[in-house]
Design a protein. Structure first.
Length: 415
């Protein structure tokens, strides 16, 4: 469809007024609902897709999915028109601009603003994920900034319901997404889930903070190699935001933050802090990571033995527990990797206890460098915080649907 002097009405009631944007599969128009006398946005499929039944079905599915969502940061869907020559989606009109337009004009945004926008998008994703819906195309052009500066997530056109995965409307063998923001699992044609959207949000955060997308390759093979190499460094970005962003961009879904709602809370906490306090205070805000793998039988025996939990042991099991306890708690256990001089040194008994606590809770080995130079009481507080972060990650993963398999505990451990 093109601009025309003649008034164009969709379904006899939506009067098109101005074309706002044009994408790969549709146009967005400002329009007026003459029946309810209110402004709306109308998404029209391109003419070459009108005859495609799959495109019509996808449009109807989009309307059904998004209409079920009720959240202030999700663009609302009002109506869908699938009959006739002009299939259309009727949506809430957001007065403002896309995040992509803002980034093109301004470049990198201040850290606090990027955190605020990221937190609002994460809030929207959390609600969608709670309803079993994955967006699958989180990118700056699908984030609309309204007149008050709030972010609104739009275009669930390639979203799908986890509850009806067998009925996906995307053509088999077709990868749907935008190269700069597409996740590794999408690129490989694999299963998607909430962590797919977390990756997209990480790419958006990266671009807001640095002024450029994290991955600029467009050829699938080169892009896959870039993903495998890991997220790029962010040397000029606040360390906390850099850590959050790079965690979101992990190649493995299980290594990304596991809960969009808690990620939103972390970003909101950063935004609300006075600039002078961020360096000192934000380090205590955990980035929620995927749950650690369950402990091995031996680790579980030692952990329960140390905590005094009642359990039955045969002679072999008791002997194994004693040996393991001696290995983990004994004063002569070496401290992980070799020290600077190339030799290992004994670990104090209290540090061995902390290392055993961390291993039992997080499924990873605590690097002694994490508590290097700390007194025993300070080290206990430090490790307690890391263990609490692991526990939080385990709880969040338990309720995240198809969020990916188990992963290593985060923090200062070594896998």
């Amino acid at each position: 469809m093109t601009d025309s002097a003649e008034p164009i009405r969709i379904d006899g009631r939506y009067l098109l007024e101005e074309r706002l944007a044009r994408g790969g599969s549709a146009e967005i128009w400002r329009a007026r609902d003459e029946k309810l006398d209110r402004p709306v946005a109308v998404k029209l499929l391109h003419p070459h897709l009108v005859a495609d039944e799959r495109a019509r079905l996808r449009l109807g599915e989009e309307a059904r999915l998004v209409a079920s969502l009720r959240h202030p940061r999700i663009v609302q869907t009002y109506d869908v028109v699938t009959d006739g020559d002009t299939p259309a989606l009727i949506m809430e009109l957001i007065e403002g601009e896309s995040l992509s337009a803002r980034l093109e004009r301004e470049g990198a945004l201040p850290a606090a603003i990027a955190a605020s926008i990221g937190s609002e998008v994460a809030d929207a994703l959390a609600e969608a994920h709670r309803r079993g819906i994955v967006h699958r195309d989180v990118k700056p052009s699908n984030i609309l900034i309204d007149g008050a500066g709030h972010a609104n997530l739009a275009d669930f056109g390639i979203a799908h319901s986890l509850e009806s995965a067998a009925q996906r409307l995307t053509q088999t063998g077709t990868v749907v997404g935008t190269p700069a923001y597409i996740s590794p699992e999408q690129l490989a044609g694999g299963e998607v889930g909430p962590q797919t959207d977390i990756f997209g949000l990480g790419a958006v955060l990266f671009e807001m903070l640095t002024g450029r997308p994290p991955f600029e390759a467009t050829a699938p093979l080169l892009l896959a190699k870039a993903h495998a190499a890991g997220p790029p460094a962010m040397p000029d970005v606040d360390p906390m935001l850099a850590d959050i962003t790079r965690a979101c961009l992990s190649n493995e879904p299980a290594q990304r933050p596991s809960d969009a709602g808690k990620l939103a809370a972390t970003l909101r906490a950063f935004h609300s802090m006075p600039p002078a306090g961020r360096d000192a205070e934000t380090r205590a805000i955990p980035v929620v990571a995927a749950a650690a793998p369950p402990p091995t039988a031996e680790e579980d025996l030692v952990r329960r033995w140390r905590r005094g939990a009642p359990f039955a042991l045969g002679a072999t099991g008791l002997f194994l527990a004693v040996l393991l306890a001696a290995a983990l708690l004994g004063p002569g256990r070496p401290a992980g990797e070799a020290e600077k001089g190339g030799s290992s040194s004994p670990v104090p008994g209290w540090l061995a206890t902390l290392m055993a606590d961390y291993a039992g809770a997080c499924g990873a080995t605590l690097d002694p460098a994490a508590v290097d130079g700390l007194t025993q009481s300070d080290a206990e507080a430090q490790v307690g915080g890391l263990i609490e972060a692991c526990a939080t990650g385990q709880e969040s993963t338990g309720s995240s649907g198809n969020g990916g398999g188990p992963g290593k505990g985060k923090g200062h451990g070594k896998p």
